[in-house]
Design a protein around this ligand. Structure first.
Ligand code: ATP
Length: 363
């Protein structure tokens, strides 16, 4: 097992016409479970294929455990990769498919049997071990593919590219927790590619968010939720995503339209430092918006336009001066009309990057 280090790795296709990845320097630490999260086309698969060796980057070097492996094909890297769709020997039994990567590496027969049965038990494949793979439904076939990726204990890393796409939603939850269990046992460096935030947040020790071929933030799930460093992270993580209002700073005070919304405080800046005047975007997660009986800072008064009753909570929609606002509240009593919205935690962004947080006005 080993760290994977990318040194100024970038990639473009079509002789430089399609830029897929901007040059990045990044280390994936040994033994950690990562989710690589981002929208369609942001470069997730490109990055994964560069790590596995299916693709040689157009710039930079790839190091595996300190060894420069740039240009070395997948077979020379000792990395397991699982794709979105099943890759199996259809005429072989499930048992033989799972055993194949081990036999190929000349594992002793008893160990092959033990590993195959452990993985089969964890993934719920025990009753189909004797069945021919072709006879399974696509969901089960994909689980066998996943098992093949996880069966070898000595691989340097396991790369999973949207591995649960063809799996029934109800089964996805179970499989994610099984994957976690397997990871706790094997401690492979694991990179799990997904565009689904729930998948990323429930599974990973660390979530790496990719946008337009560049990493915009990485951290534990709670950190990305509580402290988005980039406007995109606020939108992409959370359901619904972060509200964003057009705002401005005037002598240290944040205003939305003509209304003071609160006091600007720069993140990590010495006490008392204020942000320079000018336009900003104010981000507030629906979970941190409270509907209150009297105006309270930081916050705004806004026109309630509708309430979605979701069962476990309500989503209160409102029109404010700088844009629209959604509050996620306890079920109960929000009427239409003007409401007062208090922000328990809010962020300020300039050029999409967080430049401050919003704190309560004293007095
Ligand atoms: P998805 O979730 O849709 O698979 P992704 O985040 O994995 O997307 P990539 O498949 O890595 O993104 O693609 C990144 C960019 O590179 C996209 O603009 C895509 O169109 C382009 N691209 C990917 N593969 C090729 C290729 N073989 N030839 C040309 N362009 C490509």
């Amino acid at each position: 097992m080993a760290d994977i280090h990318l040194d100024e790795v970038g990639h473009s296709y079509d002789g430089g016409r399609t830029h897929a990845l901007a040059p990045m320097t990044w280390t994936w630490s040994d033994g950690r479970a990562y989710a690589l999260l981002g929208p369609s086309g942001c470069g997730k698969t490109t990055l994964l294929n560069i790590i596995s060796g299916l693709l040689t980057p157009s710039a930079g070097r790839v190091h595996l455990g300190g060894r420069d492996v740039t240009g070395i094909p997948p077979a020379g890297r000792n990395i397991a990769q699982v794709f979105q769709f099943p890759v199996l020997y259809e005429e072989m039994s499930v048992y033989d498919n799972l055993a194949f990567p081990l036999r190929n590496r000349r594992y002793p027969k008893a160990e092959v049997d033990q590993r195959v049965r452990t993985v089969a038990r964890l993934l719920g494949l025990e009753e189909v071990l004797g069945r021919r793979s072709r006879r399974l439904d696509p969901g089960r076939q994909q689980i066998v593919s996943l098992g093949r990726g996880l069966v070898r204990p000595e691989v340097a890393a396991v790369l999973l590219d949207e591995p649960l796409t063809v799996i029934d939603p109800a089964l996805k939850w179970t499989l994610r927790s099984k994957l976690k269990e397997i990871h706790r046992d094997t401690r492979h460096t694991l990179i799990y590619v997904t565009h689904d935030q729930t998948e990323a947040l429930t599974f990973a020790d660390e979530v790496v968010v990719l946008k337009d071929g560049a990493i915009v933030q990485s951290g534990e799930p709670a950190e990305l939720f509580l402290s988005p460093a980039h406007e995109f992270v606020g939108h992409f993580i959370g359901s619904p995503g972060m509200n964003v209002l057009d705002a401005a700073i005037e002598r240290g005070v944040v205003r939305v339209g003509g209304t003071p919304a609160g006091l600007a405080v720069a993140d990590g800046a010495p006490a008392g430092r204020t942000l320079s005047d000018g336009p900003v975007r104010l981000g507030v997660r629906p979970e941190f918006v409270r509907v209150v009986p009297v105006p309270r800072s930081p916050g705004l008064s806004a026109q309630v336009t509708g309430v979605d009753r979701m069962g476990s909570h309500h989503l209160v929609h409102a029109r404010a001066e700088g844009g629209t606002l959604v509050a996620k509240t306890e079920p109960g009593g929000v009427a239409e009309g003007t409401g007062h919205f208090h922000f328990e935690r809010a962020y300020l962004f300039r050029d999409e990057v967080r430049c401050g947080t919003l704190a309560a006005l004293e007095g």
